[in-house]
Design a protein around this ligand. Sequence first.
Ligand SMILES: *[C@@H]1O[C@H](CO)[C@@H](O)[C@H](O)[C@H]1NC(C)=O
Ligand SMILES: *[C@@H]1O[C@H](CO)[C@@H](O)[C@H](O)[C@H]1NC(C)=O
Length: 363
Amino acid sequence: MSVPWLRGFFLWLLAAPHAVLALDMWWNLGLQGYEVWRNPQLYIIGTQPICTQVEGLSPAQIKICQHYQDHMPSVSRGAQMGIRECQWQFRHRRWNCSTVDDSSVFGPVLEIPSREAAFINAISAAGVVHTVARSCRDGELSTCGCSRRPRPKGLHRDWIWGGCGDNSEYGYRFAEGFIDAREREKNHPRHSNGLARTLMNVHNNEAGRRAVFMHSKVACKCHGVSGSCSLKTCWNQLPSFREVGDRLKDKYDGATEVKFNRAGTRLVQADKKYNRPTKEDLLYLSLSPDYCLANDKTGSMGTTGRFCNKTSPGMDGCTLMCCGRGYNTYRTVVQERCQCKFHWCCYVKCKTCQREVDVHTCK
Ligand SMILES: *[C@@H]1O[C@H](CO)[C@@H](O)[C@H](O)[C@H]1NC(C)=O
Ligand SMILES: *[C@@H]1O[C@H](CO)[C@@H](O)[C@H](O)[C@H]1NC(C)=O
């Protein structure tokens, strides 16, 4: 499993006393996770403190968890947000970031050090930076508050730099400490791909953090006589998580294949003719499987039964999605609002129309 700390949170959430075992309900699980961490005394099983109940945490992570228990609801929400965004970004792809009904969260498919594994590492790290930075701003954490980023150079000199901004510096540092802790641990059980996988994860975690941290913006609010906007107060603001997801999806599309150098100490590009990857780029060690057929061993779920678009030339088109196996067509009825009329004043009244549409699913 490439993101064991994530798995830990899921195991924990699933084992929580009133967890709903519906795996597509990420949002609910996130909320439950939040409750669990807010009221830890309610949920301590036996005499074990909460951080040792979260399976999958390395010894160093357990220490951080114990020390920063009030951060854990944010970590949990960050992980959920990363997964939901992954599912959105990959909804039209053969591998659609689906989760499986067991403790591995994504199934064995991410044991392969592929682009997909790179994306998952990055987006979940980004999620944690995002939620922790926001929680600092909202005063939910004891060890951080508003952002202390210095005033940006180009900011108009009449404008005030002083609103309470998202603490992306703190979010970045905390996510680095917590997520990379396990990769840096000396006697940490090695990944199946050994040191190369560790280096790959560390790099991709950093790329994910940067996708949030380096793209924070300046947001401003107007003041002044009757909204004249002669005065402005400005602060540091996180990018929306959709922007983060879009950015990392671009990085996924342009990810760089790497391998060990001769000495086996560093990762280098497999093919030197491309540009050298930066710290914001994603790295992978192995080509991805085609994800066409279900395969218990690799964990690929296959695309049988997936919806496809008959006219699209892209990945969501039936040709590519179904890997040439063909598709079945069903006629179904969809209901939609139609013949909407505006009534004075002020509401819109619509009828419900039924329309037949063809849907296609892969054989
Ligand atoms: C993702 O793919 C799996 C396996 O092919 C499928 O069961 C699931 O319904 C898909 N999820 C979405 C949201 O399309
Ligand atoms: C199918 O793909 C075509 C071309 O990309 C697009 O115009 C159309 O909206 C898609 N249909 C659906 C139902 O998504």
